[in-house]
Design a protein around this ligand. Structure first.
Ligand code: AMP
Length: 284
């Protein structure tokens, strides 16, 4: 097992990255908000295919939480995270304070024009501005060659890919598949909010996506019909409140009415206190 470099200041992180780059090594960066699970660890394992210096950040980014969201209660366990990262032989963890990232009368943000006007961006208006801003800052701090994001947060991955293209970041963006519990629930730090009964209700997210895929394979093309069936299943479970269920173009995220080519089905559902998301590419 490796001893991990734990870094909390921007300057130390930048210096370390400069040194690693001078040694001709390849920095792979996995940004997270901590409370790590197998989904996060799968990104690290994927990352090892692309480089020899793995850096993970742990930062619960206030800029991406709106008023009334779970910034204060977001689960945290730095010691356990560190243990998991050590076991994975991660080289460095960057875990700054909020003041280190947003000190100095911060006032510069990164915003995308179109992609946030869909899916999660509609009910979380500051979310993608917060994500694009912090990821830009983290890219300038960690200076990676490669970065890995999960497809579970499909829209976030699309936003990062677009931002990297638009702003000419010299960074390769890799998307990694969603890791699920054995019963199909997509792993998420927020699953910890669920009671046992709510967890049963939460299975309806993945179940409705899988049903949709079966419907599409059986020749159903009408997106509204598929969405209605998913909504009916989810509403039949206790303590669920649908934010959105959408079938859309996998690139632009514009709604699709007819599934005559691959389509993204994405949904967000509140189950008890937890706002959960999931998605699946539907292939006719
Ligand atoms: P988070 O800590 O929730 O901000 O997530 C950090 C990274 O882990 C993001 O790129 C997420 O897409 C990814 N991630 C979270 N959950 C999963 C999962 N179940 N499977 C794969 N990647 C995930």
């Amino acid at each position: 097992m490796n001893t991990i470099d734990t870094i909390t200041t921007v300057k130390d992180m930048q210096r370390r990255s400069d040194k690693i780059r001078c040694q001709g090594r390849t920095i792979v960066f996995v940004p997270t908000m901590g409370f790590l699970h197998e989904g996060h660890l799968s990104l690290i394992r994927e990352g090892k295919k692309y480089g020899d210096d793995i850096v993970v950040s742990i930062f619960v980014n206030p800029a991406q939480f709106g008023p009334g969201e779970d910034l204060e209660t977001y689960p945290r366990d730095f010691e356990k995270d560190l243990e998991l990262l050590e076991k994975e032989n991660v080289n460095a963890v960057f875990a700054p304070d909020v003041s280190e990232i947003y000190g100095g009368k911060f006032q510069t943000y990164v915003e995308l024009e179109k992609l946030p006007n869909h899916l999660c961006g509609l009910s979380r208006p500051v979310f993608f501005k917060g994500v694009a801003t912090v990821v830009t800052k983290l890219f300038n701090i960690v200076k990676p060659h490669v970065t890995i994001f999960g497809q579970k947060d499909y829209q976030q991955l699309a936003v990062i890919r677009q931002m990297v293209r638009d702003l000419n970041f010299d960074i390769k963006v890799i998307g990694a598949p969603t890791v699920r519990e054995s019963d199909g629930l997509a792993m998420s730090s927020r699953n910890t909010y669920l009671t046992q009964e709510q967890r049963m209700s939460a299975l309806s997210l993945n179940q409705s996506l899988k049903n949709a895929q079966t419907q599409v394979e059986n020749g159903l093309k009408d997106a509204a019909e598929i969405i209605n069936a998913a909504a009916k299943l989810i509403r039949s479970r206790p303590e669920t409140e649908i934010d959105y269920i959408t079938i859309c173009d996998p690139e632009t995220l514009d709604d699709m009415k007819t599934i005559d080519r691959p389509a993204l089905m994405a949904l967000a559902v509140k189950v008890g206190k937890a706002r959960l998301i999931d998605n699946l590419l539907l292939n006719p």
